[in-house]
Design a binder for this molecule. Structure first.
Ligand SMILES: [Mg+2]
Length: 258
């Protein structure tokens, strides 16, 4: 194995809190590009991120699901609210598929309009768009420390690569690798990287992704950390196998000692 050391990071919920951006970009996408007769957009009313959206966010795997969730929240009839959000969450995957079918939507098209909405904001007012993201300072410092130690960093995100890249640049972070949804699954990316790198760790806030990494023989050796500060589901912190470590922000300093 090569001696090139690398540390891997998820992006959303690990490096930045983008809750405001997810809501506003998805809302704008619904308003400008979705063309649905079931919704009414009231920018004033939706200035703040609704709790139902915040609470469903931990279930999201791909960006397009957020368009679908926002659509359900701003529907005129029978909208998704706090009182019925548990029904939605309990069958999350099936509900997403059902809503796609009911509206004759294709996931890739929803992803495209989310990207379009982001690009629109970037072209119009880049600074305001960047400001919708709150970086986790401890993680940024950790990444800078890795650089000082000549350890490479890689970002594996389900966002479009260019969007992650633009935000990281503003944070003065220049990772060796950024992989977006265009690059395939996180497992395949980790598998490929592990062929010529020693992967020191992977910090991610989606537990299922870490479980998949641990269950794949090509990637099971990668030390996996579940980000305690990320978008975790209520039960994620419990019943963790001892192969996946729950990591707190304050513990990042200790991690530098690897
Ligand atoms: Mg994440």
């Amino acid at each position: 194995m090569s001696t090139q050391k690398i540390f891997l990071f998820d992006f959303d919920g690990v490096i930045v809190d983008g809750m405001h951006e997810y809501w506003h970009s998805s809302l704008l996408a619904c308003e400008k590009y979705l063309n649905s007769s079931h919704i009414s957009i009231d920018q004033k009313r939706y200035k703040r991120v609704p709790n139902s959206f915040k609470e469903i966010r931990p279930w999201v795997k791909y960006g397009w699901e957020m368009i679908l969730i926002v659509h359900e929240i701003i529907k005129v009839e029978n909208p998704l609210k706090n009182h019925n959000k548990d029904d939605f969450i309990n069958n999350y995957y099936q509900n997403c598929q059902r809503i796609l079918n009911d509206n004759s939507w294709i996931a890739e098209d929803l992803q495209k309009i989310l990207d379009k909405s982001r690009q629109y904001q970037i072209d119009k007012d880049f600074k305001s768009w960047v400001k919708l993201h709150d970086p986790f300072v401890e993680v940024i410092n950790f990444m800078k420390e890795l650089k000082r130690r000549e350890i490479k960093t890689g970002i594996i995100t389900t966002k479009g690569k260019i969007f992650a890249e633009k935000i990281l640049k503003q944070l003065n972070i220049f990772p060796e690798f950024i992989f977006g949804y265009e690059s395939g699954t996180k497992i395949k990316i980790a598998e490929k990287l592990s062929q010529n790198h020693e992967i020191l760790g992977f910090i991610e806030d989606r537990k299922k992704t870490l479980i998949d990494i641990k269950q794949n023989s090509e990637t099971s050796h990668i030390p996996c950390f579940l980000a305690d500060w990320g978008y975790l589901k209520g039960l994620d912190r419990y019943n963790l196998s001892n192969e996946i470590k729950l990591l707190k922000l304050v513990e990042l300093e200790e991690l530098v000692a690897i």
